[in-house]
Ligand binder design. Structure first.
Ligand code: C5P
Length: 331
């Protein structure tokens, strides 16, 4: 009989970053999490994950690129362990335990940035390791594994732009985006803790006028009906203020406020905040235009026309929003 592990093949996955075009905090749940109404879009900017079966031993992880903290705490290893439990003996070489995996992660998405790189790596791990093992999980089990790893993981597991509700477990695909809008991302070297931002949100929460919730519902409707790149860019002003976490993030990292204003002056564009930050974004008609704008930001940082807060240089990147029709293509 052939060794079942020798028949397994390695896989490579791209784990995209995300942007929240809107983020309305609808309420606080009994479990301490918050209910959201948020339009999430995946970006071409992505981490690269490879997973290879090992003969024996424990799962291993090697990380290169951006610092993502100690590998032992990395969501990739947690995702391997959680998926292994869910699969049990039900894999192509089973019954018996699934083989250990050697994971290599190239971090191109900065960590603690509001871009959900760690959650995306976790989703790519679940999906990728099921392929390595030749295993399947029912949709509700995959979702339970994803939720256990983090609120943003179900979005990445679904793939494509989506309306995300609940804690993050309710993901409704939004398929109407036509084109590939460009995005400039500027992430100051000020890592932001998401729990700190939600705690600040709870502390300062005054009942808003519902404008962010309305903008979010409106954008989701437009996405469903069909939205061109030009339509989306034209809405940038509304979207840039459609994030309920903005006041809380500003409290946690006050230096972000003047920087956001300076960036908006420099680019002559509305600037939004992704998730709990600190990544700031501006929308463009194409990645080509975004690249020109990113060059302007880079030059201003170098010549002192723009001063970024934080202990390290900001991450400045031109990328694009990936719509459903482009999914699967190599960014
Ligand atoms: O689920 P995840 O571990 O990614 O969430 C990180 C933190 O963000 C949580 O501990 C919680 O403080 C906050 N959070 C929240 N409501 C959500 C998502 C995250 O309060 N829907």
């Amino acid at each position: 009989m052939t060794d079942p592990i020798r028949r397994l093949s390695p896989v490579v996955r791209l784990a995209p970053a995300k942007l929240n075009l809107t983020l309305s905090v609808v309420g606080r749940r009994d479990d301490g999490y918050h209910s959201l109404h948020s339009v999430f879009v995946p970006l071409a900017l992505a981490d690269r994950l490879s997973l290879a079966p090992l003969g024996g031993g424990r799962d291993t992880l090697h990380v290169s690129g951006f610092d993502a903290g100690p590998p032992a705490d990395n969501l990739v290893l947690r995702a391997l362990a959680t998926t292994r439990i869910a699969v049990g003996g039900g894999w192509s070489g089973g019954p018996g335990p699934t083989p250990a995996v050697a994971a290599r992660l190239e971090k191109r998405i900065p960590a603690a940035a509001g871009l959900a790189g760690g959650s995306s790596d976790a989703a790519a791990t679940i999906d990728g390791v099921l392929e390595v093992w030749g295993a399947t999980l029912e949709a509700h089990v995959r979702l339970a594994v994803a939720v256990q790893l983090g609120s943003d993981v179900p979005f990445f597991l679904a793939g494509g732009p989506a309306l995300v509700e609940g804690r993050g477990e309710s993901v409704a695909p939004l398929r109407g985006l036509h084109g590939q809008p460009g995005v400039v991302l500027v992430t100051p070297g000020l890592p932001v803790s998401t729990p700190d931002v939600f705690a600040a949100f709870d502390a300062i929460r005054t009942h808003g006028d519902g404008a962010v919730r309305m903008s979010s519902a409106h954008l989701a409707e437009e996405f469903r009906a069909g939205l061109t790149t030009a339509n989306l860019v034209a809405r940038a002003g509304v979207l840039a203020s459609a994030n309920d976490l903005l006041p809380a993030t500003s409290l946690v990292v006050p230096a972000l406020v003047p920087f956001k204003r300076a960036l908006s002056r420099l680019l002559g564009r509305p600037i939004g905040l992704s998730g709990s930050g600190p990544t700031l974004w501006a929308l463009y008609a194409s990645e080509h235009e975004a690249r020109a704008a990113a060059a302007v930001v880079g030059a201003a940082l170098r010549d002192g026309g723009l001063t970024a807060p934080g202990s390290s240089e900001p991450f400045v990147c031109a990328t694009s929003i990936v719509s459903h029709s482009q999914q699967g293509s190599e960014p």
